[in-house]
Design a protein around this ligand. Structure first.
Ligand SMILES: [Fe+2]
Ligand SMILES: [Fe+2]
Length: 217
């Protein structure tokens, strides 16, 4: 039987996927307010439904690992009213260009190491969608750079170090946590050292070059 730590990890994923649905819905709302390309809005709406599917799939994995059927509570901060463009820039870069770009190789590594059929099926579906979500982020950033390149670049450069630090620290198991058991690896958990390795390579070989191409360093 997979451990309580595996069930907790999948409960955390339910929360993370639900938050991604909220973020995508907010992004669509803001990009419509800003009058950006209609195709971006349609891509964004599809992402909202993908993320709800991911949350449900993650809940089903938690059940398959012996977790209870009670819904996982998700606390959400309600954003304060603010001008739409700056908030949209922050969501585009933090949640999509960074979050979804890191997600692709991380989910790929988890899928490689997991062996439970329910876990693999969920990770395969999530991984398939995340590559499209990553592309949405970079397309949205390009659209925002066309609106006001100078302001957007300045805002991103100022906030980028804090966002990157957040992703570096994002992994739940601290360095002092006991090593993963084979059952936990089969359930799609990832050791902190492996997380750091995938994270660092993605940052150096994918994220920083894409930002650099857009005049952000
Ligand atoms: Fe997702
Ligand atoms: Fe996603």
């Amino acid at each position: 039987m997979p451990s309580a730590r595996a069930r907790l990890e999948w409960a955390n994923r339910v929360q993370a996927e639900y938050r991604s649905a909220v973020s995508a819905a907010r992004t669509v709302h803001l990009l419509l307010l800003c009058g950006l390309d209609e195709e971006l809005a349609r891509d964004g709406m599809r992402i909202v439904t993908d993320e709800l599917d991911h949350a449900r799939l993650s809940h089903e994995v938690r059940l398959a690992l012996g977790g209870g059927d009670a819904p996982v509570p998700v606390e959400m901060a309600v954003p304060a009213a603010s001008p739409p463009l700056p908030e949209l820039v922050d969501l585009a870069v933090r949640d999509f260009c960074l979050g979804e770009t890191f997600a692709v190789p991380l989910f790929a590594a988890m899928r490689l190491e997991s062996t439970l059929p329910e876990v693999r099926a969920a990770l395969e579906r999530i991984l398939r969608d995340e590559a499209r979500h990553r592309q949405f982020g970079w397309d949205l950033l390009d659209a925002l750079l066309e609106v006001d390149g100078e302001t957007v670049r300045a805002r991103v450069q100022l906030r980028l170090p804090g966002w990157l630090e957040g992703f570096r620290l994002a992994y739940g198991l601290g360095p002092s946590a006991s090593p993963l058991t084979p059952e936990e690896e089969a359930a799609g958990l990832m050791a902190p050292a492996r997380y750091n390795e995938v994270h660092d390579r993605c940052l150096a070989e994918d994220i920083l070059p894409r930002l650099h191409e857009r005049g952000i360093s």
